[in-house]
Design a protein around this ligand. Structure first.
Ligand SMILES: Nc1ncnc2c1ncn2[C@@H]1O[C@H](COP(=O)(O)OP(=O)(O)OP(=O)(O)O)[C@@H](O)[C@H]1O
Ligand SMILES: [Mg+2]
Length: 248
């Protein structure tokens, strides 16, 4: 039987609400990402997208649920942004990503791939970071870091919650990364989430030691962390911290 199409004329209010809703969705999801999310649903990687955790310049992060009922985080790198063009130095110096075509979309996808690969290295090295689950073009599915329904806070919001213990854990994780050939290259209180222990997030720009600026990025990462802790009354020597990380 043919489906009956309602001839009811939509009242103005309903029309307005639909328009607003469409505006919100099209601001958060571009058409391409909606199609990819649909593919993730069909592949049973996720069963629902629950809510938006964060909207940023480079990416939007959502909490989603997997068919097992477990929460996951999905990070959708924005295709329609020129922000990544400024960040090409993190790709061109990294021997793993030197052959990327200089088109906007390929660069964005390369950052998503780079984050996924860096999370794999963290998992092998025992660095506290989300476990990577799945990558589909510009969408990364990973472990949801949170308690109950909500994500953990980032360190800028709560400060060094467990004092010296948090700093020890952060420096030891930076050492483990470095020993596994990896430098995060954007460490700050905004890219560390505080649960029972600190977790490093946002790995798109992380480089391997073969990158010509890897040592400079490492020094910048460590001094940003030491400055942050110093503001909270916990002081450590940069020289000694770097020596412990490099194992010299
Ligand atoms: N695995 C995760 N589990 C729970 N929440 C997460 C996870 N990854 C990221 N988030 C949340 O999403 C926010 C943004 O993530 P991330 O730093 O990776 O993106 P971004 O590209 O830096 O975004 P921005 O452009 O805002 O800097 C984080 O501050 C954190 O609150
Ligand atoms: Mg970030």
């Amino acid at each position: 039987m043919a489906r009956k199409v309602s001839k009811r004329k939509r009242p103005e209010k309903e029309k307005h609400q639909l328009k607003e809703r469409f505006k919100i969705e099209s601001e958060v999801f571009d058409r391409q990402s909606l199609l990819l999310l649909y593919r993730l649903l069909k592949k049973r990687i996720i069963s629902s997208v629950d809510y938006c955790v964060s909207t940023g310049k480079e990416a939007n992060v959502f909490r989603a649920t997997a068919p097992s009922g477990k929460f996951v985080a999905i990070k959708i790198y924005k295709i329609e942004t020129t922000h990544f063009l400024k960040r090409q130095q993190y790709l061109t110096g990294d021997p793993r990503f030197e052959k990327i075509k200089p088109s906007g979309k390929e660069i964005v996808k390369a950052f998503a791939r780079k984050e996924y690969k860096n999370l794999e290295i963290c998992e092998r090295a025992g660095v506290h970071a989300p476990m990577p689950y799945y990558l589909l073009e510009n969408i990364l599915v990973m472990e949801f870091l949170g308690v109950g329904e909500l994500p953990f806070p980032t360190m800028d919001m709560v400060g060094p919650l467990h004092g010296e213990k948090d700093l020890d854990s952060i420096l030891d994780d930076i050492r483990k990364m470095y020993q596994a050939n990896l430098v995060h290259a954007d460490v700050s209180e905004y890219n560390i989430m505080i649960g029972d222990i600190p977790y490093f997030i946002d790995w798109g720009q992380g480089v391997v030691k073969g990158h010509p600026n890897a040592e400079k990025f490492l020094e910048r990462d460590v001094s940003i962390i030491l400055d942050f802790f110093e503001k909270h009354g916990i002081k450590r020597s940069l020289r000694k911290a770097l020596k412990a990380i490099r194992g010299g």
